[in-house]
Design a protein around this ligand. Structure first.
Ligand code: NAI
Length: 703
């Protein structure tokens, strides 16, 4: 037997320990070990347990990528074939579950005859989160143990289940409060000598009419897991468990699993899964770079962003000073923070004690007196270069020499802020997204002189704060907002050219964006972009077409949701409706631009806006503002509501095919002029048949 599986005996109970870190993937030795015990006259029952921190935690996700890369749709019996051997064993097998038994781990446990679970363990079928369904009998055995409704919920929703709930549902037979192995051995002794209870043979929980459950689950999935195919496939597979004999159900599950495995959605979701880990490993920061430990932080400005950022620190257990200009603004800021926390308590996210604890970590101040305590200061005052430079020069004198000075600016030049201090190597951008305590993205912006230590500290801090930190270069709007500019510009142009406001938002919502681009503008505040455009003098550039409508809406005081009017009109509950006043503005702007309205379909709306993202993304890559295509993808998936199942804008372009994308961009250039000049990198990769995802690797190989 392989060393990956250790065999020992406790009297008449044989114990198999799977020892295959990190996930304890089910190794070939297990069915052989069980067969060996079965042939051993002194053994009457078997316990299967994981070595180290967990039971079999699930499949090695890299294996999925290898399967699809090989293009081989014909699989052998796979894991299910192995599990059938366990289930068919003549002697009872008890699974002892600790840590996490997800995916293939839970499927293995369910192929055993009995299950004992440690009190702190979790089980689940999270495959759906990677665009997959359980592929080794999970959809067939789970309804037999937990009932149809619970199985649908777990396989289509993917959420983990804790011990008490697993016991109540019938997924496990016992929860061990003390020593897990002892409890499992005890159970094995009780069932020793009896005929094994095979999950596949259980029928009691399958009987009844489940049509209503399936229909409701499908409706729920269509709403909450918009456009996703895996949840629907999972529901269909569980339905097969009810309607077909076990073996046929297994075949149905296998076919559905294969469809999901080879789907673009699953490949994209797996790309995002690894992308999140990949962006944390920045090639330009040497591995041995020492990050400074952040023990205390300070935030300047207690407005929308500053207040949220202070909460992020408090949530991570880091004490934070929060400074404002005057008592009134400070009180307002603190009141908002308290209200946010109270809402979380109301929703049951945490206890009132936790809330008080977190509030206790936020120290409101009106002076810089205590700023020497802070290891990092984050500036979140109004957007304006002169104001921010002044604040940075003050921070330079009031902060400790070693402290990092960071800015939450969304567009301004980090180098200019560094110049305002005597420590540009300690200056960096930490661009949080609104609401800062909710959004996972943290764009970390390096200046020319920012040191590797400062970058490493910011990256490590992002992780501690529970954020996805992505390191980017310094330019107007950095990566996220720089790309969002052309995207939202095209949305406005489409309206000027004849598309209805609702049609533009609807097309991108259907594409999978969390929200349409015009509604997003209303939510974020149209004035934000308007002020930035004014600061940079955009409208004065007459060499290219300028979007007209939003500037006009802002001149009318229509800033979006906060003023009750923007692209839409909003009622007190912030529900949007069409506004004829906007139609008039559009008509005027159309005239001013010398356009006649034409019919524009959803496909053109999507191509114009999404390819605007892609073309700008290609320039950003080429300039090195983003190091890798995956950095851009993660920024868009975690910060801009880009659908994870499309993998991010660059991944999406790769799946469309860069030649096709290039040709469309070139067409737009002919129609709309130089705003659409194809990025040289897009042109090059299209000609070479390359991809954005593979670009770095190819370049490294070549150079
Ligand atoms: P805000 O207007 O809500 O808050 C700014 C706060 O800073 C105000 O409460 C003001 O009293 C305070 N302040 C101004 N000067 C100060 C000083 N010298 N000392 C102490 N406090 C001072 O603005 P918001 O939206 O929070 O934006 C802050 C920064 O975050 C800006 O640079 C903005 O571009 C950036 N940002 C904003 C996002 C958003 O969605 N609102 C998203 C990402 C970044």
């Amino acid at each position: 037997m392989s060393e990956l599986v250790l065999k020992s005996c406790q009297g008449a109970v044989g114990v198999l320990t799977v020892n295959n870190p990190p996930v304890n993937a089910l190794s070939p030795g297990v069915p052989e070990g069980i067969a060996e015990f079965a042939g051993d006259g002194t053994i009457e029952a078997v316990v299967l347990i994981g070595g180290g921190r967990t039971f079999i935690a699930g499949a090695d996700i890299r294996e999925f990528g290898k399967l699809t890369a090989a293009g081989d749709r014909e699989r052998g019996p796979g894991l299910e074939g192995v599990l059938e051997k366990i289930e068919n064993s003549g002697k009872p097998v008890v699974a002892a579950i600790h840590g996490t038994a997800f995916g293939g781990g839970l499927e293995t446990a369910m192929a055993c005859h009995y299950r004992v679970m440690a009190a702190g363990a979790q089980v689940g079928q999270p495959e759906v989160k990677l665009g997959l369904i359980p592929g080794a009998g999970g959809t067939q055995r789970l309804p037999r143990l937990a009932g149809v409704a619970k199985a649908v919920e777990m396989c289509a929703g993917g959420e983990p289940v804790k011990a008490a709930e697993a016991l109540a549902a019938g997924i496990v037979d016992r929860v061990a409060e003390g020593d897990l192995l002892a409890a499992a051995v005890e159970m094995a002794r009780e069932v020793a000598g009896k005929a094994p209870r095979r999950t596949r043979e259980l029928k009691e929980k399958l009987g009844g009419d489940w049509e209503g459950v399936f229909a409701a689950a499908r409706e729920g999935a269509r709403k909450k897991q918009r456009n996703l195919i895996a949840p629907l496939a999972a529901i269909e597979a569980v339905e097969a468990a009810v309607k077909l004999p076990f073996d046929e159900g297994i075949r149905r599950e296998a076919a559905l699993f294969q469809d999901c495995l080879f789907s673009e959605q699953s490949k994209a979701l797996i790309h995002v899964f690894f992308g999140e880990r990949e962006v944390a490993k920045v090639p330009e920061i040497p591995k041995d770079t020492a990050a400074m430990e952040v023990k205390t932080a300070a935030v300047v400005g207690a407005g929308t962003m500053g207040g949220g950022i202070a909460m992020v620190f408090a949530n991570a257990g880091i004490p934070v000073l929060l400074k404002e200009m005057d008592a009134e603004a400070l009180e307002r800021g603190m009141a908002t923070i308290r209200r946010n926390y109270e809402n979380s308590v109301k929703k049951g996210r945490f206890s009132p004690e936790t809330m008080e604890q977190r509030l206790g970590l936020i120290r409101p101040v009106l002076t810089f007196d205590a700023f020497h305590e802070a290891d990092i200061v984050i500036e979140a005052v109004y957007e304006g270069l002169e104001l921010k430079k002044k604040v940075f020069s003050e921070l330079n004198t009031v902060s400790r020499r070693e402290a990092i000075l960071a800015s939450n600016t969304s567009t301004l030049d980090i180098d200019a802020l560094g110049e305002a201090t005597s420590r540009p190597e300690k200056v960096i951008g930490t661009h949080f997204f609104s609401p800062a305590n909710v959004m996972r993205l943290l764009e970390i912006v390096k200046g020319q002189k920012t040191s590797k230590e400062t970058m490493a500290t910011a990256m490590a801090l992002a992780k501690r704060l529970g954020k996805v930190g992505v390191l980017v270069g310094n330019c107007r709007g950095f990566v996220g907002n720089r790309m969002f500019g052309p995207y939202r510009r095209e949305a406005q142009f489409l309206v000027e050219e004849g598309a209805a406001v609702e049609a533009v938002d609807e097309a991108l919502y259907e594409f999978g964006m969390a929200m349409g681009p015009l509604a997003t503008g209303d939510l974020a505040g149209l004035d934000v972009g308007w002020r930035i455009r004014k600061e940079f003098g955009d409208a004065a550039d007459t060499s290219v077409r300028q979007p007209l409508i939003e500037d006009r809406l802002c001149e009318m005081g229509r800033f979006g949701q906060k003023t009750g009017e923007g692209w839409y009109r909003y009622d007190v509950q912030r529900r949007a409706s069409h506004d004829e006043k906007v139609d008039r503005v559009i008509a005027e702007c159309r005239k001013q631009a010398g356009l006649t309205a034409r019919a524009i379909g959803a496909a053109e709306i999507v191509d114009r806006t999404i390819y605007a993202l892609v073309n700008e993304g290609a320039r950003i890559l080429e300039e090195g503002i983003a190091g890798r295509a995956v950095d851009i993808d993660m920024i868009y998936v975690t910060g801009y509501g880009f659908p994870a199942y499309r993998g991010g804008p660059m991944w999406y372009a790769d799946t469309v095919g860069l030649r096709k994308v290039y040709e469309r961009v070139a067409e737009f250039e002919k129609e709309h002029g130089r705003l659409w000049t194809p990025a040289p990198l897009l042109k090059q990769l299209a000609a070479e048949g390359g991809t954005f995802a593979g670009w770095r690797a190819e370049r490294r190989a070549a150079g």
